[in-house]
Design a protein around this ligand. Sequence first.
Ligand code: URA
Ligand code: CA
Length: 434
Amino acid sequence: MHPVDLIIKKRDGAALSAAEIQMFVDGVSQGSWPDYQVSAMLMALFIRGMSDEETSALTLAMAASGRPLDLTGLPGVKVDKHSTGGVGDTTTLVLAPLVAACGVQVVKMSGRGLGFTGGTIDKLESIPGFQAAIDEERALQLARANGLVIMAQTDNLTPADKKLYALRDVTGTVDSIPLIAASIMSKKIAAGADAIVLDVKCGSGAFMKDLASARQLAQTMVRIGKHTGRVVTAVISSMDQPLGCQIGNTLEVAEAIQVLKGRQGGDLLDICLILGAEMLVAGGAAADTGTARIRLGQALADGSGLDKLRALIEGQQGDSRVVDDPLRLPQPSCRRTWAAPRSGYLTAMDTAGLGHVFVALGGGRLSKSDSIDVTAGLVMQARLGQNIVAGEPLVCLQGQNQAKVDQAHDALEALFTIETEAKPVRPLILDVIR
Ligand code: URA
Ligand code: CA
């Protein structure tokens, strides 16, 4: 069949077979389909939607399009975790060491930040010396030694996804639930996961702004898991405000260390315990989530989670002394505080807007090749629902560039809603789908 015939078939509303989807993905990977035909197919898929069978076939074809990570040499269930992306989402840096300390191996591929969401690899690379670009052989060695590796996604993991994502970005076809679901799941499957715990973010700082679409994305990914033989659990959590108190690369490393030292509770720790419990059950280290929560609590209390973070940093050539002395992380040369312009209740935050401020400070990237200021970021002093007094510091900005810090300062007022009446704040966990 010619590409145009497949495009017409989908355009007219018929479902494509697994073999036809494989032809499309092969055409993308091998470059035999020109961009205009790939783009036309993406638009047909976007407008017509995809069945579970089509979405699963697309996932598997994309997962096999490059060089998958082969973890079959490691014993036990390989459990991965994925966040759909948020602001101040420091989860992996706390969660992965805690889970590893409880005996579940974590071999995780993460990305760099792009757009308003941060990336775990950028955060880890803000630790002096840390090496995220490691090969499969070294990853397996580290997994055997420490039970924990966090590595940069290799360029050839899922080339079809990379190509499709770039075209979706410029053809108005990013916001398609089946295309997003297949994109995420293909990378997790290619990275060797047997079981996947998804953190689907919902709210002003997330891709999915409302609960209905977050739930649809979560359900689609859980169903892909069923079709492809992977155990998938999805937790839907609120991104109405930044998850942790700090947004930034060195800032989030420092905050993760505080949490692992047992010095900071709140939403960041809570979500790590909830996702971690799902990971321990999926990995066979606990019979149920209640038992798993107790094990994770022990790993926090006895410092074994913190020790795992130290071992992770050391194993990947980073300066692990930052764990005991976070001032060894690169420090900003400029700081400025933004104070509450009036008194009242903090009823809403434009969380994506805070992510854009982080990017404008120099902490994130507008294009993949941008270099970043690892010290740039925001320290938040208030949570939603809090009663605020005019003149109180609400955000501390930091970075290496005073002009950017000053500009960011002036952008903040538009991002906070302070009202005389309190409004209810949604709970952190909005749903769990198994
Ligand atoms: N994240 C991905 O990896 N892919 C998408 O399509 C959207 C978000
Ligand atoms: Ca991410």
